[in-house]
Ligand binder design. Structure first.
Ligand SMILES: *Cc1c(COP(=O)(O)O)cnc(C)c1O
Length: 400
């Protein structure tokens, strides 16, 4: 076994007691209050989209994200898809996004009819690198009839989707400066970033709009779910209209004015979301404390560095991650293999988008940092309840 792998196994098994194996990457925190919330929704018989649950969930989300509007849909991917559609982005457009992201980001761009155009990330923040982006746009973008055009493909470049990777804020201000310079819309994929602050304010609705996900493995879950976040009244209104079949309000008639989507979040999911949100401060605290324990455990490692929050980010530490100091795919793979044999179900970072068959031919800038991180990062078990497991184990050892 490579000494880097040996050290990794040593640290993980020292930290997480073997009596509680296996350890998964991120489990939902569900309790009796969540059960009660779903049951009461069923008793009210408004399990689908009628009733007050969704409205209430939306207004609490808007408050948490400090956004004028939150509009719920049934997952994060369709939130991004419908957002791009509502903004008039589609065929013949390109949308910039990081190559280092979950496939949902690029899929949503494709679903809108646009072409994803991949850019590099910053080694510290894992988010889109503003300086690299500016340099790249300088080399490929020209203006024609007031539009920003990719001179290699002749398509319009319409927007930049930034991703707050693993719950660490991307440098939104620096990115906003670049998108303003080039007249691009700034959109935030905050799927992983509920509770993350950038310079003290929530991420998600800082640019034109953003979205969040409530999938089962995210910070809170509605089973499946997502929401648009925006301060733009007209955009929120039109998004709501389009995601609920574009039907004119009428007591009995069916009249639809455009091709709409049936993307609305059911009440059942919103009921679960409301009870989950009550736990958010508790979950965030547990997650940050768990991150501090991991950070300390890897502090003296010769081979691995803990990925800590950037200076401007108060991260939710959705997934804790470590980075092999010298990129070597074989070591990361052998580490994952050994961890998995010991029932620590860790994960690598995603395969970069330009390495996936459907996105191989998409336009892209230079991606040195993305390709290096792809061979360096391991995500560690990050469920909030692990903090209690570790504390209990330490008390146990202290007693003996
Ligand atoms: C989870 C996730 C999504 C998609 O959200 P779903 O609710 O699973 O559709 C999109 N982007 C990123 C970065 C994600 O982590």
């Amino acid at each position: 076994m490579h000494p880097a792998v040996e050290e990794l196994i040593g640290i993980m098994s020292g930290l997480l007691p073997s009596i509680n194996l296996p350890y998964h990457l991120h489990e939902p925190t569900l309790d009796k209050t969540d059960e009660d919330a779903v049951v009461s929704c069923i008793r009210e018989k408004y399990v689908s989209s009628v009733g007050s649950w969704v409205n209430k969930f939306e207004s609490e989300l808007a408050h948490i994200f400090q956004a004028r509007h939150a509009v719920c849909v049934f997952n994060g991917t369709v939130a991004l898809h419908a957002l791009l559609h509502t903004l008039g982005i589609g065929r013949d457009d390109e949308v910039l996004c990081p190559a280092l992201t979950f496939v949902g980001t690029a899929n949503a761009i494709s679903h809108s009819g646009a072409t994803p155009h991949f850019v590099d990330c910053n080694a510290e923040t894992l988010g889109v690198d503003a300086d690299a982006l500016r340099l790249y746009l300088n080399s490929i973008a020209i203006y024609r009839n007031g539009k920003l055009i990719n001179k290699n493909t002749q398509r319009r470049i319409a927007a930049l989707v930034v991703v707050h990777v693993l719950g660490h804020a991307a440098d939104v201000d620096a990115l906003q400066t670049v998108t303003d310079e080039y007249g691009l819309l700034l959109i935030e994929d905050a799927a992983e970033a509920l509770g993350t602050l950038y310079k003290g304010k929530p991420v998600g609705a800082r640019g034109k709009a953003g979205m969040v996900s409530f999938n089962g493995n995210k910070v809170i879950t509605t089973g499946s779910g997502g929401a648009l976040l925006t301060n733009d009244d007209h955009l929120a209104q039109h998004f709501r209209y389009v995601t609920s079949t574009a039907k004119l309000t009428h007591p009995w008639g069916f009249y639809h004015t455009e091709v709409g989507f049936n993307y609305r979040m059911p009440s059942l999911n919103a009921a679960l979301g409301l009870s989950q949100l009550k736990k958010l401060p508790y979950l965030l605290e547990k997650k940050r404390n768990l991150a501090a324990i991991y950070a300390q455990a890897f502090n003296h490692s010769d081979y691995w560095g803990f990925i800590a929050e950037p200076s401007f980010s108060t991260s939710n530490y959705w997934l804790n991650a470590i980075k092999l100091k010298t990129p070597m795919r074989e070591i990361v793979e052998s580490g994952l293999e050994q961890l998995s044999q010991q029932q620590f179900y860790c994960r690598p970072l995603w395969t970069a988008m330009h390495h996936l068959p459907m996105y191989i031919h998409c336009p892209r800038g230079p991606l040195p940092i993305t390709e290096s991180l792809e061979q360096q990062v391991i995500n560690l078990p990050s469920s909030p309840n692990l903090l209690n497991v570790i504390i209990k184990a330490n008390e146990h050892y202290a007693c003996h």
